[in-house]
Every structure is written in C-alpha cells, then in structure tokens.
Design a protein around this ligand. Structure first.
Ligand SMILES: Cc1cc2nc3c(=O)[nH]c(=O)nc-3n(C[C@H](O)[C@H](O)[C@H](O)COP(=O)(O)OP(=O)(O)OC[C@H]3O[C@@H](n4cnc5c(N)ncnc54)[C@H](O)[C@@H]3O)c2cc1C
Length: 504
C-alpha cells in the first residue's frame, strides 16, 4: 500500500461533508469484525452522502489505497478488516427512502438495520425475508455485500433473490444503476464508452463462450444448493435471456450480491418484499440421541412445507445452560439431547396449521429417529427462536482461551448428501482431535461447524489452517459450497480457486 502522507488525508477530510478519522482510538475500534482477524486501518470515514463516497473512491484510486465498505461489521470471515480506509455508511446513509406497498418493494440506503426495516414494513403486511441471526444489528448494505440468509431461506430465498436494483459507484467514482435488462438494453450498455460500458462488454465476451459457461457449470456447487457464497457468483449471471435459455432479464445485481464490497460501492438498494408469513405457526422440536439421526430426520421433514428447519447440538445447548437470559428459553428441552431439530409449519388458518403439524409429527414418529417431539405455539416459538439465535453468539463466549473459531463454519451441501457429509465430517474432526460444534440451517443443507482452538498457540494456528484445508477437500468431494452464507472474506478466499475452479 502507498505510504500515505498525513497531509493528503487531512485534505481529503476537508473535502468531505461527513468526517474522516485517523486517531488511534477510532482506528483500533475498527480493527476487527466478528472474525479472528485484526488489522489497524489507515483511516475511518463516515461519509454523509454518495458524493462523499465518490470523493473517497477517487482519492483511494489516486493513491492506491484500498477502501473497505462497512455497515454493522458483523462479518465472520474478515470482510471488513483491512489496512486501507474503512468507509462506514451506518452513521449517515441509513434512510428508508420509499415503500411501495402495491408493488411490494422498498428503496433503502445501505445503513438501514434489517429489523428496523421490517418494523416499518409490518403495517403494510410486508417484510424483507432474509433472516440472519444478527438481524437486530446487521444492515441491508452488508446483507447485500455478503448475500446473507438465514432460517427463512428454504421458503423465501437469499438476499440475492430479493435485489431488484442497486445504485453503485464504480472504481473510477462513476455512478451506475444495476437493474433488470432485456437483451436489447444489455447490448446498448455494451456500447457505452465508460467503465460501465466496459463491464458489460467484458462480461459479454466472457460469458458468451460455451467453454466458459461449461467451466462454470462444471466447477460451481451443485445447482440444488441454494446457499452458495464462494467466489463471485458468475453462475448466477447465466440464467437469463442474454446468456441462457431463460426468459429472465440480465441483472448485474446478482453478481454484486456476495461480492463483499470488492466490485462497487452500493449507495441505494431496491428490494423485493414478501407478504408477512402466515400468522398461525407451530413448531415441532424433535430431540435426538445422535447427530446422524437428526440429519436423517431432516430428509423426512423437508418433504413437508416447512418455514424453517434448524438444528442445535448439545455443545450449543449446554452454552445456554449458564446464561441467565437463555435459561428461561430452555423450557421445552426434554432430557439431554445430542441434537434438537426445530421444524416450523405455518398457515393462514389455525385448523390447517394443526393438520400440518399433526402430519409432520406422525411421519417423524414413524421414522423413529427422534426420542421426543415437543410442539410449541405462540410466544413459546419466539423463545425457542431466541435460544437458537443466541447459540452462535454464546459460543464466542466460551470461558478461557479455547474458542469455537470461524473458518469452516458454514459449509453447504446438497440436502441428500447431508447425512453422509456429516458422517465424514465427524470422522475428519475426530482425526484432528476435535469435538465439533453442530449448529445447522439443516433444511438448506448448511452446517455451522466450528473447531474449538486456542489461537494463541502456534500449534492450534497450524491446525486452524489444516482443518480448513481438509474441510475444503471434503466440500469439494460433495460439490458443495465452502460458504453457504457467511462469505469468503480473508479466511476462505485462498480456497476459492479450489472450490469453483481456477479459471472461474
Ligand atoms: C453471531 C453471528 C451470527 C451470524 N449469523 C448469520 C446468519 O444466520 N446468516 C448469515 O447470512 N450471516 C450471519 N452472520 C454474518 C453477518 O451477520 C451477515 O453477513 C450480515 O448480513 C452482515 O451485515 P453487516 O451489516 O454486519 O455487514 P458488514 O460486516 O459491515 O459488511 C458485510 C460485507 O458487505 C460489504 N458492504 C457493506 N456495505 C457496503 C456498501 N455500501 N457497498 C458495498 N459493499 C458493502 C462489506 O465490505 C462486507 O464485505 C452472523 C454473524 C455473527 C457474528
């Protein structure tokens, strides 16, 4: 990185309506996210508007300084840790610009908190569906950056599926709007004599080639894995009228989702909303004496119309035992299960919800995998969801230097591969002398698995790397996704060529 003269930064600061900070305290606060990494940035900016961001981009380009867009900083893989200028848009770019209840869309700035957005949408009977465990703080810009998802993905999809338009600034500071284009509109874009035009020309040259398309189809995760956040999502640019057989329009936003702030800076986001889920929901919580049995039950349950399908293991459940807040949310736990599965059904009428829950219960009982099945309703469900949401955070609070570390924590495989993948994964963890922690969006084939390591010890740092490599090999064997939702960041970026093919 260019050795920066403080006067140059001071000049930039004077040009901004917002502010730029180079003091040690601010830079130290911004040295981490929720990953294992720490890097002190050169400076931290709070832009007031898109014009400020444009000035920062032009400055960064002139002096060859990286910029790191940031919203809430809850990334788990080191996406918002870096030595350049952190550009935090959470302070000023946090307006909900327009709610269109008729067309079920909303336009927001990137710093809008996901739960706050849904609070405002509720009166219209609408919501923004992607649902991370961090919804009370994570922001739409970061959700787009990481293509985030959560418990709702099996019914509503991931963030990528919800983006209609993105207003962005490119590397030269020019403004673009990425939205649906038919083949004629696409060709018009390729004729522009701007950086935007170059983007359309180069993607057209690349993806028009059958060889390139085949390469992508061969190496990217199996098509049925809907949670896939490894590498740039060029595979998502093939399903449209420009490059494929589909009638769908081309939209560069598909590629922007999950690009982790490395392709363009987003200043405005238009999202497709969904009707609020049916009000009558019932949760069946099945208890298992082995992880394997819980995974087999997923295959049975997923034949039903589930709204969520989530798994917690004993290690996580035990973390909630010592937490005064979560203790009261454990009321439904029966015995000392190795794993529980939370299966949620919902309907517009209470009667139909009851029928769905009874049908589900009956097949679960017949399959014989669980030793207890508990039914939850109303606020009981909220308590169970709270317990599940708290799980991953509580893991980070393990007492002592040994921590459940994020490196292989959200691999995803095809649902039908899940039981055998889990089995091989457990054997692999045994070989490394690890007790794995299982926390899964099981219905989506995604597992949150974390080795417990003391990264203050060099031996464990070596293990961190070796375990990540071994899991990458295993995921590749199943043609899965090294990350289902958390993204590549620093921790997984070196595995991208292995996972999606060098040429891709
Ligand atoms: C305890 C815990 C649980 C989690 N559970 C889940 C989960 O269930 N599902 C899930 O998907 N994730 C989960 N995450 C990861 C994380 O919360 C999500 O990825 C979240 O959506 C990130 O939002 P953020 O506002 O914190 O973004 P940040 O971390 O600030 O940024 C995320 C990415 O977006 C980029 N970005 C931000 N703003 C812009 C912009 N304006 N323009 C361009 N790029 C931008 C950043 O550069 C970065 O690459 C979890 C994290 C933690 C700590």
């Amino acid at each position: 990185m260019h050795k920066m003269n403080p006067e140059e930064l001071a000049k930039l600061s004077q040009q901004l309506e917002g502010s730029l900070h180079t003091d040690d305290l601010t830079r130290t606060i911004y040295a981490t996210d929720a990953s294992v990494y720490r890097k002190i940035p050169l400076a931290v900016a709070y832009p007031k508007n898109a014009l400020d961001i444009q000035k920062i981009i032009r400055f960064a380009s002139k002096y060859h300084v990286p910029i790191i867009p940031r919203t809430a900083g809850t990334s788990l893989a080191g996406q918002v840790v870096g030595e350049g200028i952190i550009v935090d848009v959470s302070k000023h770019l946090n307006r909900i610009i327009e709610i269109d209840a008729v067309n079920k869309t909303v336009v927001v700035e990137p710093g809008v908190v996901r739960d706050e957005l849904n609070y405002h949408l509720k009166e219209f009977g609408l919501f923004f569906a992607p649902n991370t465990s961090t919804t009370n703080r994570c922001m739409v810009g970061g959700m787009v950056g990481n293509n985030s998802s959560g418990t709702t993905s099996i019914r509503y999809g991931v963030t990528r599926d919800k983006i209609l338009e993105l207003d962005c600034l490119l590397a030269d500071g020019s403004e673009v709007s990425f939205k649906n284009l038919n083949p004629i509109e696409f060709q018009q874009k390729t004729k522009l004599k701007t950086l935007e035009g170059k983007l359309y020309q180069s993607i057209f040259n690349e993806l028009s080639s059958d060889a390139v398309q085949n390469q992508i189809k061969t190496y990217f995760p199996k098509p049925e894995i809907h949670r896939r956040n490894t590498g740039y999502a060029v595979d998502a640019l093939l399903e449209n009228a420009v490059f494929g057989d589909s009638e769908k329009p081309f939209n560069f936003s598909k590629l922007m989702a999950g690009s982790e702030g490395t392709l363009a800076f987003t200043t405005k986001i238009k999202l497709q909303l969904d009707d609020l889920p049916p009000a009558n929901n019932i949760m069946v919580v099945s208890h298992f004496d082995s992880i394997e049995k819980s995974m087999n039950a997923v295959l049975v349950a997923m034949k039903h119309r589930l709204y969520s399908c989530e798994m917690l293991d004993k290690v996580i459940l035990d973390c909630t035992k010592n937490n005064p807040v979560q203790l009261k949310n454990r009321f439904f736990i029966s015995g000392d299960p190795k794993a529980i599965m939370m299966f949620e059904v919902a309907s517009h009428t209470p009667e139909d919800a009851e029928i769905q829950a009874e049908n589900l219960l009956s097949v679960l009982k017949q399959s014989g995998f669980s030793y207890a099945d508990v039914t939850l309703k109303g606020n009981e469900i909220n308590q169970a969801i709270e317990l599940r949401k708290a799980g991953l955070g509580l893991l980070g609070n393990m007492i002592g230097d040994r921590k459940a570390v994020a490196c292989i924590e959200d691999t995803a495989v095809s649902l039908k591969d899940l039981p055998s993948y889990i089995k091989e994964f457990s054997e692999l963890m045994d070989r490394f002398g690890q007790e794995a922690v299982y926390y899964a969006h099981a219905g989506a084939g995604e597992l949150h698995l974390r080795p417990i390591l003391d990264l203050k010890k060099s031996g464990d740092v070596r293990l961190f790397r070796e375990i990540t490599q071994a899991v990458a090999d295993l995921v590749q064997k199943y043609k899965g996704s090294m990350s289902g939702e958390h993204g590549d960041g620093i921790v997984r970026s070196e595995f991208i060529p292995q996972m999606v093919g060098k040429a891709n």
